[in-house]
Design a protein around this ligand. Structure first.
Ligand code: HEM
Length: 540
């Protein structure tokens, strides 16, 4: 080998060695990552991520590593878990500029779910959608939907009265028909309505694809480019079906609403109001697309949160409430006494009663505390390196608020695992100021539908308690059927950032908190009196 070539090789070797030494020196000099399980060579923490109940597992990590923030990584995917409320406020709210992005999820696009702005990257498009949503669904503006909410809750009461054993189906009707009427002014009359069937199927099939191991695309995003005809591309095919269903889910209500408009029978709603404005004053294509996306997003979000069966094993906020009432008859009695005092048992509760019913308010807070429907929230993504409590949090880290850990913190909520609405009262018996519902998340991505959610939940709770005694179901011998405590696992399922090749791309498994494993529980609804029966039937 000529000397000059040998020289080049030697220089390259020295350069390589220098880069390696610099790398080691930098790694040594940089502040450490937050505590967490020790990563293994190459695979990192892939086997440390919990296979179930992540919220609980991350609480254990917190104890083990004596830290309220935990860090782990697997094949370039970085995850930070925040177990403590103050840290969450510092990170998501005080540092919102850099903690408001979302991880990129390639399969969403294959399923046509990229129109759901809850998954949008932090940027101009998200900002536009968020602004329109806030204008239409802030505390004051959302009150224009009160009449629809009242109508839907009264329909739920009638349905529970007629066929109490179908309470899951009635929950589904509440969520879908509320969304349809609020967003498109459309009345869904039965569970057989094509809108219901299509939305149900799209969400079921779509969420199936998110279950770990169900699709290799979740693990190896490059597989998204494999054509559907390719042998073995089953999840690719399923994603295609979901996309078709999702497109229908978006198209059908818009078409129906336009027809109603042309025929002069359109009812005011989020989208109808926009459509009317468009006819009169015009609107840009982007604006129309944004309105359509928002209507679809709200529709898609309402289903899993309120509906116990849309995601086949989900226990919803409504389902958690039924459960807590069935196993806490004393709480129910106390709430019924309060409601009867305010309404005189001569009418159903109304929104105007909310401030006069502090105990019902406390029940709402306690349901949301004990069973936050999304226990580890929806991940945010950090857009640049950050330093927190002396630790380095690298750019691209997916950051989870462990809401469940915060709402089960014994230091804040003594006897945290018990259902005790009384905890929200001070010594004078006045409702305390612990009124922030952590279940709605944090910062700029905080739930934009929280006022609709809060009012719907409150009215549903007050109305159902006013009308029914909810008890455990009985077996054929008249004995109580115990409700399996597994119900307590609600929504605590897994999130595991499986191997992805791109640092800002995460497994869809983070959506799994939406899913839970326990079977449907049984409870029974008994109308409290003939007078109440009359109120239910007449809807007063
Ligand atoms: C009990 C009911 C509900 C709960 C517990 C809940 C919870 C949440 C949580 C935890 C997030 C993520 C927040 C974060 O990133 O920190 C979220 C986002 C969101 N929620 Fe809700 N939600 C509920 C009901 C609703 C309803 C009824 C709507 C619409 C009508 C809605 C619309 C949205 C939207 C659009 C986002 C995405 C916001 C964004 O990314 O900017 N939610 N929700």
């Amino acid at each position: 080998m000529p000397d000059s070539i040998a020289m080049v090789y030697a220089l390259l070797a020295i350069l390589g060695l220098k880069i390696f030494i610099d790398f080691l020196a930098r790694a040594k000099a940089r502040p450490p990552y937050p505590p967490g399980p020790k990563p293994k060579p190459l695979i990192g923490n892939i086997f440390d991520f919990p296979a179930a109940k992540p919220a609980l597992c991350y609480v254990d990590w917190g104890k083990k590593y004596n830290s309220s923030i935990l860090y782990a990584e697997a094949l370039g995917n970085r995850v930070l878990i925040v177990n403590n409320r103050d840290d969450a406020i510092e990170i998501f709210e005080k540092r919102a500029r850099i903690y408001s992005d979302r991880p990129v999820i390639p399969i969403l696009k294959l399923m046509g779910w990229q129109y759901n702005f809850a998954f949008f990257q932090y940027g101009e498009e998200w900002r536009q959608h968020r602004k329109i949503s806030q204008q239409n669904f802030n505390l004051k503006a959302s009150q224009k939907y009160y009449p629809i909410q009242v109508k839907k809750v009264h329909q739920l009461l009638r349905a529970l009265h007629d066929t109490p054993e179908d309470f899951d189906t009635h929950n589904k009707m509440l969520s879908i028909s509320l969304a349809m009427e609020m967003m498109y002014g459309l009345e869904v009359k039965s569970i057989q309505d094509p809108c219901v069937a299509i939305a149900d199927e799209a969400i079921k099939l779509g969420t199936d694809l998110l279950v770990p191991g169900s699709s290799l695309i979740n693990t190896f995003p490059f597989l998204q480019h494999v054509p559907t005809w390719f042998p073995g591309a089953t999840s690719r095919k399923q994603a295609d079906i979901v996309r078709c269903l999702t497109e229908e889910m978006i198209r059908i209500p818009v078409d129906k609403m336009k027809t109603a408009f042309e025929e002069g029978r359109a009812v005011p709603s989020f989208f109808t109001d926009f459509f009317e404005k468009k006819q009169n004053f015009g609107a840009s294509k982007e604006e129309e697309q944004a309105m359509q996306n928002i209507a679809y997003t709200f529709y898609g979000v309402l289903l899993p949160i309120f509906c116990a069966q849309c995601f086949h094993q989900t226990i919803s906020a409504t389902g958690s409430f039924f459960y807590f009432m069935a196993v806490n008859p004393d709480v129910q009695k106390k709430a019924q006494a309060e409601i009867d005092r305010v309404t005189g048992s001569t009418r159903l509760p109304t929104f105007n009663d909310r401030t006069s019913m502090p105990y019902v308010e406390a029940i709402y807070r306690e349901v949301m505390r004990l069973r936050p429907p999304l226990p580890i929230g929806v991940p945010h993504r950090l857009i640049e390196d950050d330093y927190f409590k002396g630790y380095l949090i690298p750019e691209g880290t997916a950051v989870f608020a462990n809401i469940w850990a915060m709402t089960h913190d014994e230091a804040v909520y003594p006897d945290a695992f018990s259902f005790k609405p009384e905890r929200f009262f001070d010594e004078e018996g006045v409702l305390n100021d612990d009124d922030r519902i952590l279940a709605y998340g944090f910062g700029r991505r905080i739930c934009v539908g929280k006022h609709i959610a809060s009012s719907t939940m409150w009215l549903m709770i007050a109305s159902v308690i006013a009308c029914f005694d909810i008890t455990k179901s009985k077996d054929e011998n008249g004995n109580d059927i115990d409700i399996n405590d597994d119900i307590l696992d609600s929504g605590l399922l897994k999130w595991a950032p499986y191997c992805f090749s791109r640092p800002n791309v995460y497994s869809l498994d983070f959506l799994l908190p939406y899913l839970s494993q326990q079977a449907k529980f049984m409870c029974s609804f008994k109308v409290r009196s003939p007078a109440v029966k009359k109120l239910i039937v007449e809807g007063n």
